[in-house]
Write a protein that binds this ligand. Structure first.
Ligand SMILES: Cc1cc2nc3c(=O)[nH]c(=O)nc-3n(C[C@H](O)[C@H](O)[C@H](O)COP(=O)(O)OP(=O)(O)OC[C@H]3O[C@@H](n4cnc5c(N)ncnc54)[C@H](O)[C@@H]3O)c2cc1C
Length: 581
């Protein structure tokens, strides 16, 4: 009986990528045939708009919704992808949304300095952008992050005391920690994790280890908590579901899908007056009477500015683009350096094994009460923030606790996300069927910085992404990560709740077999071997004071040297936030 259930569950899981592709293709076909014919398009684009928003992702959906609240504003939202894939609403499907052409831009880095292999950098495509394919973890940045931005820009509006009001305004908070730090009247629903095997043991262990269990979004001090997710009734709540879906009938907001913007046009006064885009292979131009607002994300916004002549002159000339404004676009690329610690094999049934735990009832639980394993972003149950000796006052390590056992298909799912060949498939194969935990640790404020450049002047080419992980001269990033690794191993192996009661034991990574286990040298080897992205790249169109050599936009997010366009997505963060995005 158990074997039959397992077979059915793995069968359903293998079908998921196919279903994502099927639904993606179906909705594209439907859009093309019934919704946005090219004849209508000519009349749509002829009119021009007050605001043209480029990219309907996390930021773009919000700004398009907010601007169109004023009925006098005519707003056009251009999105390269289609509607969110129907399966994106099922949190458990999250690994399958990565590296899939229906939902992901399928970027990868240059070969890394550590492994010599490129690393996949997933980026969501379609309305909702990456908020329609991410892990849904809701974590604000630390107050000091925003105060740092206020100092960099010399604009007090970026202080946390002000920014906090916008977090509250956005929230419809139904988490574990209702307090003055949260509000319930906003569009974006936040819910406490609903399916979290092993959570009690985790929280008991962190207390034993001397950490406080607290609302990390309110206190932002060292501690741990159950994870909170951008979900509504257990389903994904993306920026599209929160901001656009409720206003789809608004007459002054037009949304065009499958519309890939290829250039921002600037007049002789350096003001953006419109954009070119390509849809079904046909080029279009649309005028923006007031503003062009770029929300393509950290990679694509930088790419689009450079294609439009805004970027480092020497680089633009090298790819045959006439420079219009010499700005450090694409530089200052920052990402949370990350590594997967684990598996910690458990000797009790205390984690989530999809092939064992997903049943027909899970489907009905999800559909009718928004509960059960299908609401789980692959077993993420908790988050933690811990300090390192280099940053005792401003905790520097972020940990995501993943309570997922090793099942047939887990290795392939992780390999698919990161593009690691058969590394995890082979590594995990010895442990199939075992309950386990993994901890994904990330360095909050790495010193290493990378860059993005164009491969050529073709808007459909993928840009060059070089994150230059662990390139800081002082090697501080590695020292901090080793400390973070030690904290987690200690938490799992040396506490009663995890080490004794669940028998948590870390498995040695085969590539580091020659190192003495659990020494600093071993940890360094493990961190380099398992070097991953936390999927949080920022900074390629950084804001700053006019004259700051790092700055691309000013504190009001206008491209420096112009009155418009603005860039308003994750690319403008001058320094990465230590915790969430
Ligand atoms: C796998 C994964 C998991 C993550 N998990 C979390 C998490 O749990 N919690 C968290 O806080 N963060 C998470 N993140 C990060 C977070 O989702 C992103 O930082 C955030 O969504 C970025 O928002 P954005 O508006 O900058 O870009 P996006 O949301 O990526 O939006 C960009 C949009 O612009 C469109 N676009 C791009 N170029 C063009 C063009 N030329 N023309 C037209 N349209 C264009 C894209 O298709 C996309 O819709 C995760 C990211 C990934 C990839």
């Amino acid at each position: 009986m158990i074997i039959r259930t397992t077979n059915i569950s793995s069968g359903i899981l293998t079908l998921v990528p196919f279903l994502i592709g099927y639904f993606g293709g179906l909705s594209k076909w439907r859009d093309y045939v019934f919704v946005e014919s090219d004849i209508n398009l000519v009349s749509i684009t002829n009119k021009g708009y007050d605001f043209v928003v480029v990219g309907g992702g996390s930021a773009g959906c919000v700004v398009a919704a907010r601007l169109s609240e004023n009925p006098d504003h005519k707003v056009l939202l251009l999105e390269a992808g289609g509607n969110p894939n129907p399966l994106s609403f099922v949190p458990l499907a999250v690994p399958f949304l990565q590296n899939h052409p229906a939902t992901d831009w399928k970027y990868e880095t240059v070969p890394l300095n550590t492994s010599g292999l490129p690393l996949r950098w997933p980026r969501g495509k379609g309305l909702g952008g990456t908020s329609a394919s991410n892990f849904m973890i809701y974590m604000r940045g630390n107050p000091k992050d925003f105060d740092q931005w206020a100092n960099i820009t010399d604009d007090p509006k970026w202080r946390y005391s002000n920014v906090e009001n916008y977090f509250k305004k956005m929230e419809d908070y139904h988490g574990n920690y209702p307090s003055h730090a949260h509000e319930k009247n906003g569009p974006l629903r936040i819910e406490a994790v609903k399916y979290a095997p092993g959570l009690d043991s985790l929280l008991e262990a962190v207390t034993e280890a001397g950490f406080t269990v607290r609302d990390l979004n309110a206190d932002q001090q060292e501690g741990f908590s159950a994870v909170e997710l951008t979900q509504k009734g257990g389903r994904r709540h993306s920026s599209y579901s929160a901001y656009i879906q409720p206003i789809l009938g608004r007459p002054n907001l037009k949304i065009l899908r499958y519309s890939h913007v290829t250039k921002i046009h600037l007049n002789s006064n350096l003001e953006a007056f419109g954009v070119s885009f390509v849809r079904r292979g046909r080029p279009f131009f649309v005028a923006a009477n007031k503003e062009v607002i770029i929300c393509g994300g950290t990679i694509n916004s930088a790419q689009l500015l450079m294609l439009s002549g805004i970027g480092p002159s020497y680089h633009l000339k090298s790819v045959g683009i006439k420079p219009i404004l010499d700005l450090p676009v694409g530089r200052n690329l920052q990402d949370h350096l990350s590594t997967l610690v684990g598996p910690f094999i458990l000797n009790k049934t205390a984690s989530f094994i999809p092939t064992r735990d997903v049943s027909f009832k899970s489907v009905t639980d999800f559909l009718f009460s928004g509960s059960g394993p299908l609401t789980s972003p692959l077993g993420v149950i908790g988050v933690g923030v811990t300090s390192t000796s280099s940053s005792p006052e401003w905790p520097n390590i972020l940990s995501f606790i993943i309570s997922v056992g090793v099942y047939e298909g887990l290795g392939a799912a992780v390999d698919n996300i990161y593009g690691t060949g058969k590394y995890y498939t082979n590594f995990f194969s010895r442990f199939i069927g075992h309950d386990a935990n993994f901890v994904f640790i990330c360095l909050g404020k790495p010193k290493s910085k990378g860059f993005i450049e164009l491969n050529d002047n073709n808007p459909f080419s993928k840009p060059i992404i070089n994150p230059q992980y662990y390139s800081d001269r002082e090697n501080q990033d590695m020292q901090d990560m080793i400390e973070g690794y030690e904290v987690i191993v200690n938490l799992y192996e040396n506490t009663r709740a995890l080490g004794n009661k669940l028998g948590a034991r870390l498995v040695k990574i085969p590539n580091c077999a020659s190192y003495k286990f659990k020494t600093k040298a071993y940890y360094e080897c493990a961190i380099r071997t398992d070097l991953r992205t936390a999927f949080h790249p920022v900074g390629t169109c950084a804001m700053g004071k006019v004259g700051d050599p790092n700055a691309v936009v000013d504190s009001q997010l206008r491209v420096i040297g112009t009155k418009r366009p603005r860039v308003i997505d994750a690319s403008v963060m001058p320094t990465i936030t230590k915790y969430g995005q």
